[in-house]
Design a protein around this ligand. Structure first.
Ligand SMILES: [Zn+2]
Length: 440
């Protein structure tokens, strides 16, 4: 276990911040460390791509064995604001049963667990399945080259029978959790121009369009205050979730007070009145992410602005197709913009939803091991957020992708004082050794 912590300490010291081009050297240095370390353990290493490369390492056992692809990412979010950290973000600090450092939960801790779970089996000469590690370097910037890089490794990856992705957590400590659905996302930017300059509101009021009003009306028509999206045909592919599935989800979910406390909101506005708390998990949603128009400085300025801009995004659930939703939104805006008004609509992000069959035999076998090890029933959960790599792996290889992990609520992912539970770090390695050695 000390070896695993030493390794984690070493890899968190590299500032592998993928969004910051000044950190390119740190990324290369980290990739080199991973390469040397795994090559020494007789893994066959392949590095694909120039910037933030995809790192692949293979351990072959037998052509009769199943092949498991294990995904992690080695890039991290920036550590800023540094003054809010209680310890050096690039040095492992252990305190009150937790390990602290940038990336310790997302995703260098789980990456280390994956490596050491396999090394333990290798050392004891017990490894049964072929292993292929896939360590991505662009997860935190939207996995923009992931699919492209995978295409350059098809000859290796075509043999994979199932993938594991441990970039997720547990609903509660020691309650094993498998995530079977993640929402997809399409993100838009819309701009409206009514003319070339701002106008005097006294002289032109009642005579010209106001771009701010135009966008407000469009958004009001797109979605009502209850949360229902009113774009025609928007819900047509949405799967009807049974009451049983909803009950199972809500049983393991936080209560209203916990959610209000975590979110620090004054009141909740759930779309589903009966199963209100899982409204963000089971339905698609549309949110305005930013809105700008006119004068917002001190005092008053009596103008009619000539320009308005907004950003909005839609989270998608299983079976909804981003391209189809983009077309519906384009049509909707076109039909609702007054004639003669200039506008532009850009798509900034586009990721499909992830959905896996939780009755698949591989998932059942994995859940059984988790239950034996944690002595608790495995929870099958959905996540409202998106992990593009999970969906990319599933769609490209048409093999099961199993999402499980050991991160807890309060681990401050992307925030100062990111941490991972020390017990779960250690126990996770032992549990993963068992899972990766299942006779799938
Ligand atoms: Zn992240």
């Amino acid at each position: 276990m000390k070896e695993a912590l030493d390794f984690l300490n070493k890899i968190v010291s590299f500032q592998s911040v993928s969004t910051d081009p000044r950190k390119e050297k740190e990324i290369f240095a980290l990739v080199k460390i991973l390469k040397n370390f795994l090559a020494k353990e007789k893994f066959k290493v392949k590095i694909i791509g120039k910037k933030c490369p995809l790192f692949i390492a293979e351990k072959f056992v037998s052509s009769k064995s199943k092949t498991i692809g294990i995904y992690s990412h080695y890039d991290v979010q920036p550590a800023e604001p540094l003054n809010l950290w209680h310890s050096d973000p690039f040095k492992l600090t252990i305190k009150n049963g937790k390990i602290f450092a940038r990336g310790v939960a997302d995703n260098k801790g789980p990456l280390t667990q994956n490596i050491f779970s396999i090394l333990n089996l290798v050392k004891e000469n017990k490894l049964k399945n072929n292993i292929i590690f896939l360590f991505e370097g662009e997860e935190e910037i939207g996995s923009r080259n992931f699919s492209f890089y995978l295409n350059q490794a098809l000859s290796i990856l075509k043999n994979v029978d199932l993938f594991f992705l441990t970039d997720v957590g547990m609903v509660k400590k020691n309650v094993p959790t498998i995530y079977y659905a993640l929402r997809g996302i399409v993100y838009f930017e819309v701009e409206v121009w009514t003319g070339k300059k701002d106008l005097h509101s006294g002289v032109y009021g009642n005579l010209v369009y106001n771009p701010s009003q135009i966008l407000c009306e469009i958004f009001a028509k797109m979605k009502d205050l209850k949360g229902k999206i009113k774009i025609p045909d928007f819900y047509k592919r949405v799967r009807r979730i049974s009451d049983k599935e909803k009950k199972d989800l809500i049983k393991n979910f936080k209560n209203a007070n916990e959610i209000k406390k975590i979110a620090e909101v004054y009141t909740l506005n759930p779309l589903d009145k009966k199963y209100s708390l899982i409204s963000a998990k089971i339905y698609p949603s549309l949110e305005i992410n930013g809105f700008y128009s006119g004068y917002i400085g001190e005092g008053s300025k009596t103008i009619i602005p000539n320009y308005a801009k907004a950003k909005f995004s839609i989270r998608l659930v299983e079976y909804q197709k981003p391209e189809e939703i983009i077309d519906l939104v384009k049509k909707f805006i076109k039909n609702n913009i007054p004639k003669g008004i200039k506008y532009s609509l850009k798509v900034l992000v586009n990721a499909k939803p992830f959905f896996s069959d939780f009755n698949h035999p591989y998932i059942i076998k994995t859940a059984k091991v988790l239950e034996e090890e944690f002595k608790n029933k495995c929870v099958f959960m959905r996540e409202g957020g998106s992990i593009p790599s999970a969906e990319i792996l599933m769609n490209k290889f048409k093999k099961p992708v199993i999402l499980t992990g050991f991160i807890l609520e309060g681990s401050n992912i992307h925030a100062p004082n990111e941490n991972m539970d020390l017990d779960l770090f250690e126990k996770g390695i032992l549990v993963l050794s068992k899972i990766y050695n299942i006779d799938f």
